[in-house]
Structure formats: C-alpha cells, structure tokens
Design a protein around this ligand. Structure first.
Ligand code: F6P
Length: 539
C-alpha cells in the first residue's frame, strides 16, 4: 500500500487533471456519470456527480483513507479505546444507540449495561411526565418544558425537536441557551411557573451561561423550584448542590462528547416531546448507520464517501468553506448543528501528537434552508468570485398532504444544483433574450450580467421522509463523516481546548466589566471597550 504522503500526491495529481475541466465537460464525457458517482443505503441516496470528481479521483481518495488508517481507527472508536487522545477518553457515542446484545469491552467492563440503565431511566421519566404520572406541585400535568443548555446540550435537542415536529404530542418545548438575559426573559414571559418544568442540561454542570440561566429559572419557579427542576449531566454531585432531587437527575458518561450527546440523556427534552417510541426509532437509525459505517467497503460507505468529498473540496480543490442547505424546513437548524459538530471537532491546527498540521483542516461550515436561501445568498453562490461547494438535503415525501408545495420545493432543489453545476452560457443567454424580444442592444449590454459561470460543485442527499429513524441515520452519517475527515487530517476530533480558553478569559474579564475597573493590564482595545461600556452603562 502506498504511504500516506504518496497518496496525497496521487490526490493532488488527480486534482490537477480535473481542475481545468468544466462540470459540463465531465458530464458530456460520461453519460453514466450519475451511476458512477452516487452511493445508496436503503432509501438514502448520495449523489456526488456534480462534484469536480471522477472515478479515478475517488479511487485516489479511497487509497488515502486506507493509508490514513481509517478502518483501524474506526475499530478503535467502536471498541471504546481512548481515541480522544488529549483527554485520554473513549468517544463512545455509538454505544449510546447500542442494543443490549452489543458488547463493548471498555476498561474491562461492558459499558452497555450502564448505557441501557441510564437510557431506560431517562425514557421512563419522559413517559411518566407525558402521561401525567410526573406532575406539577399542584398535581396538574406539566404544560411546558424549558431546556436550558448551550452548545451540544442545546443544539442537538433543539434541532431534533424541530425536525420531528410532526410527531410532537407532548408538552410544549422551549429552549434557552444564550446568557443574554433577553433569551430567558422572552422564553419565560408567556409561561406559567405552576405548570412548567425546567431541565438544566449541562455535561459539566458548570458552564457559566447555563448556570446563570438556571439560577434565573430557579428564582422564577419560586417555591415550586424543588419540584419543577430536572438536571441532565455527567456531574450529578453538582446538580445535587443545585438542590435538584436525585430522582430528577439523569446522567451520562464522561466519554460522551457534548456535540455527540443527543443520543444520551441530553435527549430528554426530545423524548418528552415525541415519546420513547420515536426516540428509540431515532436510536435505531443511528445504529443502522453505525452498522453500515462499520461493515461497508470504503468505496460504498456513505460516511467515508462524504468525508472524501470533504477532503477533496478542502485539500485538493482548495475551497475554504462549504454550505449545508436542507430543502426541508424542519431541518432548518441542521446546518447550525453540523456547524458545531464539524467546526468544534475538526477546527484544529495540530495533529494528535501536537505537531502543526501540514494541510488545511476543517472548512468554515455554514448554511440555511431552501428555498429561502435562494432569496438571500444564492446570488453569490451562482455568480460570486468564490466557489462554495454545497450539500443539499431533500426528502422524497412531505408529511403534509401531497400537492404543489413539495413538487415546487423539490424542483427548486434539483434546479439549483444544476444551475450551480452547468451555469448559463453567453449563447444560451443571447438565445433566451432574443426569443423573449429583448432588443439587440440590451442583449449585448446584459449578457455579461446574465451568464452564470457554473462549474460550482454540490452533493445532494435524498431520503424518503424525515422521521425519527431517518434523523438518526442522518445525524450518525455526519458524525462518522467528521470522524473520518479527522483521521485523514491526523487530528483529534473529540476535544475542544480552543473554546475552553475563551471561557476562562471571559471569567477573568467579568469583574472588570461589572466594576469598570481593574483593566490596567489589558490590551488597549479591551480596556477601551470596557471603559466605553461602563460610560454608556452609567449615563
Ligand atoms: O463549546 C464548548 C462546550 O464544551 C461544548 O463542547 C459543549 O457542548 C458546551 O460547551 C456545553 O458544555 P456543558 O454541556 O458542559 O454545559
């Protein structure tokens, strides 16, 4: 097997061959391009024919994945080895969706027994609350549930609850994350503390934003606080110190990373919203993707293919950003969820051993929802000076009654990908304008403005319908994609030292902002900002 340096050379050689070719050329040269550059898993289709790729380039990328040790590192992760090398922990989110007969020998024990115990305890509480056996102090059922968390303790439950809205038949769910008092004030304003449960979701139970919001919520609950609060955390002692009763504290292991924790007790708010049958279906979807990721050959392995497309875009083609655009309103928050998943996992500058990376790592991940995005930033995607690769997501079936809506949505998704790829030539613009009676002078004047360069890559992921099982498959698909990219870049996707430092710095600055004093040691900008805030705050 070629060594990894040689494999990178092969990939760059394929890129040099393909860069001068337009996607129009690549499609003209191969009528079977779609069949060659699409992979399936049951109803899920990943069409990457509109990437600046071909089978030879994909083969060089698969060779790179093998040389990087993707298969061996994958097995280490599934076996519960300490793949999170800096924190010397496992990253066993796959166990969270495991079944009783999964045996994961970690540190001599079998983690599945504890995972199942914690899962059943959390799901039992959600079921009791939905059925009124867990009720408010007055005995009334809880009408509203507020999840207070941030990062993975917020984005996952929020995204999933919105995604599964058609199945939501429990209490109303609300989410507070920002320490800006406006967030909790606006959330609590319409609610009644007598029938509201507050869940404090925090792995560390120490994140300043979350604990600040939790204290405000506890005050708002008043005498009911002791009965109307629950905690989801890896630090139960800290939750007890916050006066939350043991039977309302739901745990998860410290080898669960925040951005990988939706499958754990952090999913409590989702289970309350949609019930444990749909939550178990969500877990089953994740388990199905795990089985596929662990067993499918690299060439037809959906997470591996998505990761190799990511490596190709970032390292072979040199594109520093990527847009994720679900044409699925209920996945409107999926870009924000994947943004944390990818940028907090692979936004690193050193490898597992601490040596500086020799190649770029994670791109800037952003996105929006189709079709709204077509009326905001698609202009740049079509005619801007930068190439921004796009991932489209689209269901074949809506939940709403079939009719014009979904056909129009789907037609727009397919059309946008085609327009990005093939553009609109001068000749096509001239012909269209002539046919519509535009004067020759105007045609000549407008042609440069109305041609679209095309050659803008995209991948489209189709699935039958957005239900709990499909959401589980999609979330696990992107988790494993991130993992494979991290292995190829040689970094540790499971820590986040960069954000830890910024949190600590904020704690240091807090008294200076509160008092407007003590800033002598700061840089002149921070000192000037705090002085101005203090001046304006005191007028
Ligand atoms: O952003 C840093 C981070 O640690 C995330 O990884 C995590 O999801 C978030 O903060 C919240 O942490 P906690 O769940 O411990 O409050």
């Amino acid at each position: 097997m070629t060594d990894i340096s040689g494999c990178w050379d092969d990939v760059h050689r394929e890129a040099a061959r393909l860069k001068p070719l337009h996607l129009r050329d690549l499609f003209d040269a191969d009528p079977h391009r779609f069949e060659r550059l699409s992979v399936r898993l049951d109803d899920i289709l990943v069409d990457h024919a509109k990437e600046k790729l071909d089978s030879r380039a994909m083969a060089s990328l698969v060779g790179l994945a093998r040389a990087a040790g993707v298969e061996a590192r994958r097995e280490e992760m599934f076996r519960g080895e300490a793949v999170n090398v800096t924190e010397r922990r496992a990253a066993l989110h796959v166990a969270l969706r495991g079944a009783g007969d999964d045996h994961i020998p970690m540190a001599g024990g079998n983690v599945m027994a504890e995972v199942l115990r914690l899962r059943e305890r959390m799901l039992g509480f959600a079921r009791d609350l939905r059925q009124g056996r867990v009720a408010s102090l007055s005995g009334e059922p809880f009408s509203d549930v507020v999840n207070i968390g941030i990062g993975g303790s917020h984005l996952g439950p929020l995204m999933a609850t919105r995604a599964l809205a058609p199945f939501h038949d429990g209490p109303r769910l609300h989410f507070v994350s920002n320490v800006d008092g406006a967030d909790i004030a606006d959330t609590l304003k319409p609610l009644d503390p007598r029938t509201t449960l507050v869940i404090v979701a925090s792995k560390t139970f120490a994140t300043l934003e979350t604990m600040t919001n939790a204290r405000t919520a506890r005050t708002w609950l008043g005498d009911a606080a002791g009965h109307h609060m629950a905690a989801v955390t890896s630090h139960p002692a800290a939750a007890r110190d916050f006066a939350i009763d043991d039977e309302r504290i739901f745990g998860f292991a410290d080898w669960v990373g925040g951005r990988y924790s939706l499958w754990s007790s952090i999913g409590l708010s989702l289970a309350i919203a949609v019930g444990d049958d749909h939550f178990r279906s969500f877990l089953e979807g994740g388990r199905m993707m795990d089985r596929h990721f662990r067993t499918a050959p690299l060439e037809g392995n959906l997470p591996v293919v998505l990761a190799l497309i990511g490596i190709w875009r970032r390292n072979a083609m040199g594109w520093p950003t990527r847009a994720l655009i679900p044409y699925d309103q209920r996945l409107a928050l999926f870009p924000a969820y994947v943004q944390q998943l990818e940028m907090e996992s692979n936004g690193k500058g050193v490898d597992r051993d601490g040596s500086p990376l020799r190649r770029p790592s994670a791109p800037v991940v952003w996105g929006g929802c189709g079709t709204d995005s077509q009326h905001s930033f698609f202009q740049l995607l079509h005619q801007g000076t930068d190439t921004v690769p796009v991932d489209f997501l689209l269901a074949a079936r809506p939940h709403e009654a079939p009719g014009a809506h979904h056909a129009i949505l789907a037609a727009n998704a397919v059309a946008q990908a085609a327009a990005l790829a093939f553009g609109r030539t001068e000749a096509e613009v001239r012909a269209a304008n002539a046919a519509s009676g535009v004067s020759t002078d105007d045609i000549h004047r407008l042609v440069p403005h109305r041609t679209l360069p095309g050659d803008r890559p995209s991948t489209t992921i189709l699935y039958r319908q957005l239900d709990a099982m499909t959401l589980g498959r999609l979330v696990a698909l992107f988790e494993h994609k991130v993992f494979v990219e991290g292995v190829i870049w040689g970094l540790n996707p499971f820590d986040q030292w960069g954000v830890e430092f910024a949190k600590d710095l904020a704690q240091q600055l807090l008294p200076m902002v509160q008092d407007g004093a003590g800033t002598e040691e700061l840089d002149s900008s921070s000192r000037g900002l705090i002085a101005h805030l203090d001046h304006l705050g005191r007028d």
